[in-house]
Structures are given as structure tokens and as C-alpha cells.
Design a protein around this ligand. Structure first.
Ligand code: NAD
Length: 472
């Protein structure tokens, strides 16, 4: 069994002062695969002090120096890609393709920001005055277990581009991926204290970072509930924050779409990353008079899905990340049945032969009404809710009838019509006839899906403080 008992502070791997340990489990069989030592407040204060000290010189570096560091971070993470993928499969349960794709995206984020920085002017002339965009300072980074390397990279890269130093608090359930990232960031050879990792619990390390007067900004990805708590706690020291939170994204299939393509794509949009994706298209909105056809296509698409050990290359849905997550998803499936939705496929319990791990049956409900819990709450598992609409206007109204607004999806054979619908949707991103990611466009949520944006120039600006210099 592996021991994870190191943090990375001031350019060195050190043992935490904290002594508490937690078990790291393999979600495919719930066997203990590691012991993780949790850092504490003392460790956090040490990391913040290192980041504060490093900020003095790092904030003064030129664009060229930071671009070189971004290149080095990309190279170092790419070099460890196989280890990162193995860790993501083993400790998180990601299917092979997903683990490869998401970690490659993470490594490439450093290159995107190198490019963004190259073209970005950190000094602007406004009228006869000057506006200087300065690094905000020390940034506290919080990330979830469902997308570890990507959530870290999308915050570290703009922070480095802006000239900020960082203290990263990854999810305590991602110790193996964190270890690989710590080692590769160390390998990149940035000055001591620019990047620090403190591996510990949210209510301990997270709380200390959130209230520290020496931390200028929090960049958080996680649940809406914890995001609100972090924002409240960060306000006393008037920190800046970006919050990437939960979602309940609508996928509108317009009546002129190619259903044979759009419906399997909609199933993927909901079930990607084992259904544990903030961007999951978990509400499928279809024309009422096409429901029977949709149900048939959905059933056919789900029957092709292989659930199982993520080491098997044919598997597209692995286990959920934890037993807690398994039980939460089961309770949502039960609530769908209790509230009277029609079970199209799937249902409660483990798929046959997969009882040891946190595997769930990919599940689809039809005749879901907008008030049901499975239509309103983020389930974070492979559970799709189908709602019907009569008119385009009703589809838009249903899509916007959510406290979330992270993503939306539209399928149509008429680009002009799809674009018109997209502009009426309250979501930070709308994907038309695709599941592709465009890394230079902003990513983030309307409403309770968050505050601020990540990615591209929009993401970089979130780490910069404008200062006007006005000449007399
Ligand atoms: P979470 O909110 O439980 O935890 C997120 C991070 O916050 C973890 O590192 C956790 O340890 C830390 N934390 C917990 N309590 C804290 C506290 N009191 N103070 C400071 N930090 C604290 O989320 P999770 O369960 O790890 O991840 C799943 C959630 O993340 C889902 O809701 C999902 O939608 C969301 N998510 C959003 C995005 C996005 O970009 N919008 C991406 C991925 C995941």
C-alpha cells in the first residue's frame, strides 16, 4: 500500500505537521490502495508564507520569463502523462479514453496560456493615462475530485501568466494524481515558493486559506454548497474569487435535428466522466410528439454502453468515485421512481457482477416533470432525465427554469435557428451539434453555477488587478 505523506512547499517536498490520515480506496473494488496524511493549519500558514515571499520577485518577472515557465510546466506534465493517466484510472475510476483526453487537455492548458500571454498587453493607454494590469497576489486554489489535473491547470496557468504565486489544495480523494502533479511541477523548475501544494481537508486547509489575510484571491472549483461557504468566508478579507460550481445543464433537441445522431450524442453528454461532470447535459428536452422515437434511440444507445473495470479499454462508464457518491446517486434514482417518472432503462442497484465497486446502472427517466428532484438537482452520476416540450419557446423556458446555468446543448439542422435559441439560454456556454471544447473561449456559469470565467483571455484577466496611472 502506498503512503502519501508529502506536501510541496517552497520548492521542496516536506512532511506535513498534520498527523491525521485517511484511506485512499480503489472505487472499482473498494480496496484500500493508500494512506494519505492530511496537512493542517500550521502547514497551510507555512505554504502561504512561502508563496508571499516568492511573490515579491515573481510578480516583477517579464512576460518572456513567465512564457518560458508555462512551456516548462507543459513539458513536465506531458512527460508524466502515462503516470497521470494510470493514477486517474486507479484512484478515480475514469475510463481509459476519458483519463487520456482530460489529462492531455490539462497539459495543453499551459500552452494555451503561453499563447494568450504572448498576445496580451499588460499595459494599456486609456486616453492620456496608463492602465497597468498587475498580478493579484497569492492565490488559493481549491479543486474537486472529478477533474483533478484539469481543474488545477486551468488555475495555475493563468496565475503564472499573470505573475501570481499559488497554494493549491487539491481534493483529498486525488492523492495519487496530486503526487504526480507535484513531482512534475517541481521538475519544471520554477523559483521556490511560486507553486505550493497543501494536501488536506477542506474544513482545515481550505478554511485557513480562505481566511488568510495574505491570500488575495481564491480560485475554486467544486460544489455550489461549498462554493457559497468559501465566498462568504473570503469576504471578510475582501478576497477576489472565481467560483466554478455545479450544473444541471439542458440539452434541447429541436424538431429539425438529426435524431439518429443527436440522441446518442445527448446520452454521451450526460454520461461523460461516469456522469460525474459539472457540464453533464442531464436534462434532455425533446419535442412531445417525438418522445417514443427518442426513448427507442436512448435505449439503443445505453444498451451499447459497457460499464465495468476502467482498465478495460472497451469500458465507457467506470465506477463512481466513492461509496458516498454511489449512495447519493441511488437515492436520486429512487426519488425519480417515487415521484412517478418512467424508468426507460437502468434503475437501482449495481449492474450484475459489479457489486464490489461503486458501479451504477446507466439510467434514463422519461416523463420527468420540471418540479421533480431529478429535474432540478445535480445528481453527479449517469442518470438522464427526459422532459418534453410543445414549442420552441417552451423548450427555452424549461431550459432556463433552473438555479444553475453552466452549460447548454442544442441540436438542430438549422444553424441560424440553433444560434437564435442559444442566445436565449442562460448558460455560460452553449454547444450546438457538438460536445467539443474550445479552450480559448470562456468557461463558467450563470446564476448559481458560479462567478467569473476560466480559459483564454477571460481567465487571465481574473488574476489581474487594474491600476490606473493618471498624469497631471
Ligand atoms: P466540494 O465542493 O465538496 O469540494 C471542492 C473542494 O473544496 C475540495 O478540494 C474540498 O476539499 C474543498 N472544501 C471542502 N470544504 C471546504 C471549506 N469549508 N473551505 C474551503 N474548501 C473546502 O466538491 P467535490 O465533491 O470535490 O466535487 C464535485 C462538485 O464540483 C460538483 O458539484 C461539480 O459540479 C463541481 N464541479 C464544477 C466544475 C466547474 O468547472 N464548474 C468542474 C468540476 C466539478
Amino acid at each position: 500500500m502506498r503512503q502519501f505523506n508529502q506536501m510541496y512547499v517552497n520548492g521542496a517536498f516536506v512532511s506535513p505537521h498534520g498527523r491525521m490520515t485517511i484511506d485512499l480506496l480503489n472505487p472499482a473494488n473498494n480496496e484500500v490502495i493508500g494512506k494519505v496524511t492530511m496537512a493542517d493549519e500550521v502547514d497551510t500558514r507555512q505554504a502561504v508564507a512561502a508563496a508571499k515571499k516568492a511573490l515579491a520577485s515573481f510578480s516583477q518577472t517579464t512576460k518572456e520569463v513567465r512564457m518560458d515557465y508555462l512551456q516548462r510546466l507543459h513539458d513536465a506534465v506531458s512527460k508524466r502523462m502515462d503516470d497521470l493517466v494510470r493514477a486517474t484510472v486507479l484512484e478515480y475510476g475514469a475510463p481509459q479514453d476519458r483519463a487520456k483526453g482530460s489529462n492531455a487537455l490539462a497539459a495543453n492548458i499551459f500552452l494555451h496560456f503561453k499563447d494568450v500571454l504572448k498576445k496580451f498587453e499588460l499595459t494599456e493607454v486609456v486616453g492620456s493615462s496608463q492602465v497597468v494590469l498587475e498580478p493579484m497576489g497569492v492565490v488559493g486554489i481549491f479543486t474537486p475530485w472529478n477533474s483533478s489535473a484539469g481543474s488545477i491547470a486551468i488555475k495555475v496557468a493563468p496565475a503564472i501568466a499573470a505573475g501570481c504565486t499559488v497554494v493549491i489544495k487539491p481534493s483529498e480523494m486525488s492523492a495519487m494524481q496530486t503526487q504526480v502533479l507535484m513531482e512534475s511541477f517541481h521538475e519544471a523548475g520554477l523559483p521556490a515558493g511560486v507553486i505550493n501544494f497543501v494536501t488536506g481537508l477542506g474544513e482545515v486547509v481550505g478554511a485557513e486559506l480562505t481566511t488568510s489575510p495574505d491570500v488575495a484571491k481564491i480560485a475554486f472549483t467544486g460544489s455550489t454548497r461549498i462554493g457559497k461557504l468559501v465566498a462568504k468566508n473570503a469576504l471578510d478579507t475582501m478576497k477576489r474569487f472565481t467560483l466554478e460550481l455545479g450544473g444541471k445543464s439542458a440539452n434541447i433537441i429541436l424538431d429539425d435535428a438529426d435524431f439518429a445522431k443527436a440522441i446518442p450524442m445527448a446520452v454521451n453528454a450526460c454520461f461523460l466522466n461516469n456522469g460525474q461532470a459539472c457540464i453533464a447535459g442531464s436534462r434532455l428536452l425533446v419535442p412531445e410528439n417525438r418522445l417514443e422515437e427518442v426513448k427507442q434511440l436512448v435505449r439503443a444507445a445505453v444498451e451499447k454502453i459497457k460499464v465495468g473495470d476502467p482498465n478495460d479499454a472497451d469500458v465507457t462508464i467506470g465506477p463512481l468515485a466513492s461509496q458516498k457518491q454511489y449512495h447519493q446517486v441511488q437515492s436520486y434514482i429512487r426519488s425519480g421512481i417515487d415521484e412517478g417518472a418512467e424508468l426507460v432503462i437502468g434503475g437501482e442497484g449495481h449492474p450484475k457482477g459489479l457489486e464490489r465497486g461503486n458501479f451504477v446502472k446507466p439510467t434514463v427517466f422519461a416523463n420527468v416533470r420540471a418540479g421533480m428532484r431529478i429535474a432540478r438537482e445535480e445528481i453527479f452520476g449517469p442518470v438522464l432525465s427526459i422532459l418534453t416540450y410543445k414549442t420552441e419557446a417552451e423548450a427555452i423556458r424549461l431550459a432556463n427554469d433552473s438555479e444553475f446555468g453552466l452549460m447548454a446543448y442544442v441540436s438542430s439542422s438549422n444553424p441560424e435557428r440553433a444560434g437564435r435559441v442559444a442566445r436565449q439560454l442562460q448558460a455560460g456556454r452553449v454547444l450546438i451539434n457538438t460536445l467539443n471544447h474550445d479552450p480559448l473561449t470562456p468557461f463558467g456559469g450563470y446564476k448559481q453555477s458560479g462567478i467569473g470565467r476560466e480559459g483564454g483571455i477571460y481567465g487571465l484577466k481574473e488574476f489581474l488587478e487594474p491600476k490606473a496611472i493618471i498624469l497631471g
